[in-house]
Design a protein around this ligand. Sequence first.
Ligand SMILES: C[S@@+](CC[C@H](N)C(=O)[O-])C[C@H]1O[C@@H](n2cnc3c(N)ncnc32)[C@H](O)[C@@H]1O
Length: 380
Amino acid sequence: MGTLHFHPMLPETTHDEQSRMDFTSTLIRQLDAVIRPQLRSVYNKAVEPKLRRTMNREPNRHDIAKAMQAVDPNKLWYTLRTDAQDMMYRNAGPMIQRQLPEMIGKAKKWSSKGLGTLTLDPALEIPRYHTAVDIHRKPGGYHTELTEDDVLAGAEFDQSITMYSMGTQGPNNDDPGVSLAVWVKQNFPDLKPKRILDMGCTIGHNLLPFKDVFPGAEVHGIDVAAPCLRYGHARANALGVEVHFSQQDAENTNFPDGYFDVVMSRIMLHEMSGKAVPAMLKECHRILKPGGLMFHSDAPLFDEMDAYQASLRHWDTLYNNEPFMATVYELPLEKMYAEAGFPKASCFRAHVDSELRRKTNYDPAANRAGGKFFLVGARK
Ligand SMILES: C[S@@+](CC[C@H](N)C(=O)[O-])C[C@H]1O[C@@H](n2cnc3c(N)ncnc32)[C@H](O)[C@@H]1O
């Protein structure tokens, strides 16, 4: 389902480069959507009975992950999936690097169109949870710059999410953003937001839909990664959407108190350290207006699933360089929201329906998010 997206900031691909990316995308789809679900029956039939015989308690996600690591089909999956992840970057990286000067020129041209703003802060300290590992095995992570005015990490992110999401996030890879923006409009008709902030916006693909749904609002996106923001600003201009991008740490921004009506993030939480999350929540509380809405959308917390499903994050945590993924999904978020100043009674969870699924009626099993976007929210 779905076709690869197109906008003028995308790098150009040769036939062979595109074929290699298509192969990678198909391989990831097979591994994630077809083969991995079948490993559950290996667990149920061969591993679980043995675990239960040898343990006097319910196996937890750690027990299950450890036992599954010794099982051949799962070992093969780990190896292939890790290689497929590297394959994404092996394909996208050199393809962009060979045309990087042209890409930088294109970004400057589109940015000079003057829609929205781009404010970079070369002195910003990149948090250690980004510099200590190549997150998602992406060489150099989101923030590394190879040259002046670099856009490589942003272009590479755009290509890799296209391969990774396998076309299931819509033509602009923005189904989460579209679905969340529509959900805000439908569920909080009293808000009428004047200012909206997306924390950890990367290239802004899930931020732009907020401008479409709330055309009268001032829409901001922050990220620590300059090459992604440069690319994102150029992409937004190429797509004709007015958005304000700035390089800032979500733990400590320069926005005034009570500036925003909505502060949100999409899949940023699981990349932050255990210390960073409460600092970021306090910052959200500070920059929100009284009555304002905060929500953080990520994969469902572990208390929403069984131990086997939770054990699947073992690969992401240990092999995909996402060291905080598993621990973040165990955080008592509602309690932490209350500690950050949000009234406890205002905290809620939601499973937001995919707009793409509503429009195209695709099979939710084909999408990693299963046709829903989980979030935990609160009102100030
Ligand atoms: C997985 S990407 C999510 C991108 C995008 N929001 C989406 O929906 O796909 C996480 C982004 O969060 C950013 N990020 C992580 N920690 C941050 C922080 N403390 N402040 C600002 N951005 C941060 C990273 O640089 C990265 O671009």
